[in-house]
Design a protein around this ligand. Sequence first.
Ligand code: UDP
Ligand code: MG
Length: 321
Amino acid sequence: MADVLYIVVPCYNEEAVLPETARRLREKLERLMAAGKIGEKSRVLFVNDGSRDATWDLITALHRECSLFSGVDLSRNRGHQNALLAGLMTARERCDMAISMDADLQDDIDAVDAMVEEYYAGCDIVYGVRSARKKDSFFKRVTAEGFYRLMNALGAETVFNHADYRLMSRRALEGLAEFREVNLFLRGIVPMIGYRTATVEYERGARFAGESKYPLKKMISFALEGITSLSVKPIRMITALGFLVFFISIAMLLYSVVRWAMGETILGWASLVCSVWAIGGLILLSLGVIGEYIGKIYLESKARPRFLIREVLEDGDEKTA
Ligand code: UDP
Ligand code: MG
């Protein structure tokens, strides 16, 4: 009996794309089922993220029409990441593997086959990675790629050019459930789960209907969320800056003593200049130190799991996996 696959699709005001998306996903599931790759209980799970249009009506209609479609309706709009998590956590109890993808079919659904293959080859997480962004506007491409670079530079480890198109095994989903963060940034959390991973490349197409729900403003706040929810590197930078300014103040002290010895200064200049730099440096430095502790509290308050177990060897279980 093949394993059960759930395809989780968050939808926010997607009435324009939903019928086509549903048609293609149904085709995909039916083909995989016929090939014996996935179990009969496999489903497409749409998550309605508090849409204001007819999205939920469409989902219920699809469900009535065909048992392959299932849906979750959120109480209100909670944003892409929360909607996705809601879907994955619902799927967790019902599936062996779950693939998350956007409703607009920008992520090539033919990559699903390769992901499922990798799953059977023993991977717990398979990342869909964009090989080309020809269909995105220049602006979107530059901002999006800059986003990944900035994230990594600031200490938020993410997979380059991977969005939220990925397969997770049930075990990886159980792992994800252990992360109790409220500031959710799945792309940063999933790599922390570990286990065996693989990547599958695909070309990112154009949104075929409707418009992007991620304008620049949302992208920036998403980037900030990602950085501040994953790393304390910005705080470290303040500490470093504090040190730097403090060293400058010492240099200024030496410089002004020299100037004073040469009799080239106005009365009070040396002490004033030095204290401005010294106090500035010390304030930054102490802010950094305080920040360091706040950073600890912040990470502690997330109560992340400290480890997830891959396998336990039991007596009489001599074969290795
Ligand atoms: N989405 C959501 N809630 C939101 C915004 C977006 O569930 O508040 C969903 C949306 O329906 C889509 C996915 O997140 O399935 C990605 O959004 P979009 O395609 O607009 O982003 P882009 O591809 O432009 O980055
Ligand atoms: Mg999109």
